[in-house]
Design a protein around this ligand. Structure first.
Ligand code: NAD
Length: 329
């Protein structure tokens, strides 16, 4: 629904079709928003030559196959987070986008928040110096999503639990602010202690808490904590620290020094709708032929970090992260 609002708000785009397996739902949304074409098969929808681009807002296991179908049908794709269930799937998506000369962008909405955009600008202007530490948290005390037919809590269909669902937002945001260094090693720990919060008939084999530390090629570190359920108050934070200054998004503050003394500088940013901004960026990239800031290549690296964290948690030791871009040219 957020994508729909975004396209409607942008005069350069028009929503002309909508697809969902649920016929009643799709007709209802179409009539509310005056969308002329409805489909229950994405393959049929993709045959419509008037469609230039599609948003893939589907359960995680469908991100790769349906994005690939859309790219092969000559459409640009804005795919919801997480990019896919694994780096391997994200790589197949990126390759298909390249082969077809189409845009593949990931809907990593936190990048489009006003404060995040402003802080990124300060980073690019060198205000923080060289950034070597990031800390991110997306911690819910209670908040396990189930989704249609329980897909969110089924590893096969979701690819994982709290980490891949909400940890991905926090990790992506802090990593992007640090200029997306290449990850080289990761240590992760996952826990699953809240099965009793989902109905008995729902399969539950995913993490409801994951904690991780990632080391990067440039020597930087990220510490991440993410939970769907934890016996502590909920928390949501992004912190980055560099050689000249550090910053937090909430409170939106720059931490630096003047004459050897600590100095806190409150920051400000315009209040904008991050979902609208995200869609506007996607449309703009298509119109201007530009690379999206949340690109297909970055989606692969982001998924490599998530894969590495899960692998490390399973093996009980840190694991290296291969340089996929170098390995594949
Ligand atoms: N950026 C955000 O803040 C945010 C918020 C919520 C969800 N999401 C992402 O959006 C995606 C969808 O999540 P959700 O909460 O809407 O899930 P959901 O289970 O509520 O809805 C999924 C929808 O997909 C439809 N569907 C399933 N298979 C289909 C197919 N083959 N063809 C057409 N339609 C099909 C279902 O009928 C259902 O309506 C996920 O990847 C999730 O991570 C992102």
């Amino acid at each position: 629904m957020q994508h729909l609002k975004g396209y409607t708000a942008d005069p350069r785009s028009e929503v002309i079709a909508i697809c969902d397996l649920d016929k009643k739902h799709v007709r209802q949304v179409a009539s509310e928003h005056k969308i002329p074409n409805t489909y229950t098969s994405h393959l049929e929808m993709l045959e419509n030559p008037d469609i230039d681009a599609v948003s893939v807002c589907l359960p995680n296991f469908l991100h790769a196959p349906i994005s690939i179908d859309a790219l092969n049908a000559g459409k640009h794709v804005l795919c919801e987070k997480p990019p896919a269930r694994s780096a391997q799937e994200a790589k197949a998506m990126a390759d298909t986008a390249t082969q077809n000369g189409k845009t593949l962008m990931y809907a990593l909405v936190q990048r489009f928040d006003g404060s995040t955009q402003r802080l990124k600008q300060l980073v690019q202007e060198g205000e923080l110096g060289e950034i070597y530490f990031g800390k991110a948290g997306y911690v819910r005390r209670r908040g396990i999503p189930i989704g249609k037919e329980g897909w969110f809590v089924d590893k096969e269909r979701a690819g994982g639990g709290a980490l891949i669902d909400i940890g991905v937002h926090a990790l992506d945001c802090v990593w992007w602010l640090m200029n997306s260094p290449r990850p080289v090693e990761v240590m992760g720990m996952s826990y699953s202690h809240f099965k009793h919060l989902v109905p008995d008939n729902v399969k539950y084999d995913v993490d409801d808490a994951t904690f991780a530390q990632i080391r990067f090629e440039n020597g930087a570190t990220i510490i991440l904590e993410t939970t769907w359920a934890l016996n502590l108050p909920g928390d949501n934070y992004i912190k980055v620290a560099g050689t000249k200054a550090g910053a937090t998004l909430s409170p939106f503050t720059l931490y630096t020094e003047e004459d050897g003394k600590e100095l806190d500088k409150p920051l400000s940013a315009p209040s904008i709708n991050s979902f609208d901004e995200e869609v506007k960026h996607f449309v703009g990239c298509i119109v201007d032929g530009k690379e999206p800031i949340s690109s297909a290549e970055q989606g692969i690296m982001l998924m490599q970090m998530l894969d590495g964290i899960y692998e490390s948690a399973e093996k009980g030791r840190s694991v290296p992260i291969a340089d996929l871009s170098a390995a594949t040219g």
